[in-house]
Design a protein around this ligand. Structure first.
Ligand code: ADP
Length: 399
């Protein structure tokens, strides 16, 4: 049996995981096939193990977990034992993790040690909804199996080579030196798409491209010749586009106003991360599918604001790039909603973007019309595979 590598993408109530073969059998096209994809969800409420695809054990396999599996350390112990059994007693050779914030310290993936965990814990206030949950499984595995090689891959790393003008806020320099910078997020997704472009559209891969990662978290990234030069997100994952439950760009005066009304920092943080965006605007859902199917005028308004702000971001990133060769849609909304893609493209006609609506409806890879000056693509993202790629490269360098 070939060596395997586990990839973990942990959130507040779920652990998504994929198990990759490190050395595929001869003749296999995929250099790193995924043998197992699944998630433990409902951690803290009703934990369940779900398999999205696997060898041997059918996709869609579902197992309710006992209450004792509650909490991240218990869930990791359960997953470790379950995987060991599934693999016939053999453990993966390494675990790759998604960690949202690498701060100013990390601009590439690292092998995690105690000092790195301590540094990464200091960035938790910069990503309160993600960072503590990303670090919990790293700590759990470290205490269960201290010898296991664990690699942290950061959502901020892909953006760390932004030119300084894009990295700066217009605030006193001391704050910049402390690390108050425009980091940008969703970097693992952008890096994956930048690599995929070489296969999907080789001529465009070296050009000026905006990638629109539109999922429950949403941002856009301007890449030039495969390198990120700017993005809509900044110091935290609150900035930029309106999202499922986050507001995106906001006048900081609003936060001062809320403080003056007596709201404390914790209550404001909760509101900004959980109650804004599509959910705040519509008053009932953060899911684009619900909003598209609803007759409620607040649902239409929420979608219109999302589309309007997305089109403004395209204009702004086009300015950063000095023109635009292609727009790529990815993530939940970007990959699956032809209606939203079409509405964003309609507002971007002024830059020469015209969709082929049939290709768009059919979800083809290239969705721009033959005479469009700006090309448009739909490319599925795969953050877990990007983590696997980084982890295996780091392992190879250590050998
Ligand atoms: P994340 O990984 O950040 O949780 P995803 O990239 O999976 O998010 O995107 C989830 C979002 O994608 C959902 O909240 C929903 O709004 C949207 N989505 C998924 N499928 C569709 C669809 N068929 N049509 C419109 N929106 C969709």
């Amino acid at each position: 049996m070939p060596d395997t590598m586990l990839v973990i993408n942990a959130g507040s109530s779920s652990i998504k995981f994929q198990l990759f073969d490190l050395m595929p059998t001869v003749g296999q096209a995929d250099p790193m096939p995924a043998r197992l994809r699944g998630q433990i969800e409902g951690i803290g409420t009703q934990p369940r193990l779900l398999l999205r695809s696997s060898e041997g054990c059918g996709a869609g396999y579902e197992e309710a977990l006992p209450a004792a599996v509650e909490g991240m350390p218990n869930a990791m112990t359960f997953l470790g034992n379950w995987l060991r059994e599934w693999l016939g007693g053999v453990l993966p050779v390494a675990v790759g993790h998604r960690v949202v914030h690498g701060g100013p310290a990390y601009d590439e993936p690292i092998v995690v040690d105690d000092a790195a965990i301590e540094t990464l814990e200091r960035y938790a206030p910069l990503a309160p909804l993600h960072q503590p949950h990303n670090l919990a499984p790293i700590r759990a595995i470290r205490s269960m199996m201290p010898g296991m090689v664990q690699v942290a891959c950061f959502d901020t790393a892909f953006h760390r080579r932004h030119p300084e003008v894009a990295d700066r806020y217009a605030i006193p320099e001391q704050l910049y030196r402390e690390g108050v910078r425009r980091y940008g997020f969703h970097g693992l997704s952008y890096e994956w798409i930048a690599r995929r472009l070489h296969d999907v559209a080789p001529l465009i891969a070296h050009g000026r491209v905006i990638i629109a990662h539109l999922g429950s978290g949403a941002s856009m990234c301007a890449i030039q010749d495969g390198v990120s030069i700017d993005s809509t997100m900044g110091f935290t994952a609150l900035d930029g586009l309106p999202m499922g439950t986050r507001p995106g760009q906001l006048d900081p005066g609003i936060v001062l106003y809320l403080l003056s009304r007596g709201m404390d920092a914790h209550a404001i943080e909760q509101m900004l991360y959980r109650d804004c965006g599509l959910k705040g605007l519509s008053g009932f859902s953060n899911d684009v599918r619900d909003l598209l199917g609803s007759p409620d005028p607040r649902a239409s308004l929420a979608l219109e604001v999302f589309i309007y702000r997305a089109s403004l971001a395209i204009g702004s990133l086009t300015a950063a790039l000095g023109g635009l060769d292609a727009l790529v849609f990815t993530a939940g909304i970007g990959e699956h909603s032809a209606v939203i893609r079409s509405a964003i493209a309609e507002r971007s006609r002024w830059i020469g973007l015209v969709l082929d609506e049939t290709a768009n409806l059919m979800g083809r890879s290239c969705i721009s019309s033959a005479d469009s000056q700006v090309q448009a693509y739909v490319i599925p993202t795969d953050e877990e595979r990007m983590i696997a790629t980084h982890t295996s490269a780091l392992l190879a360098r250590r050998r």
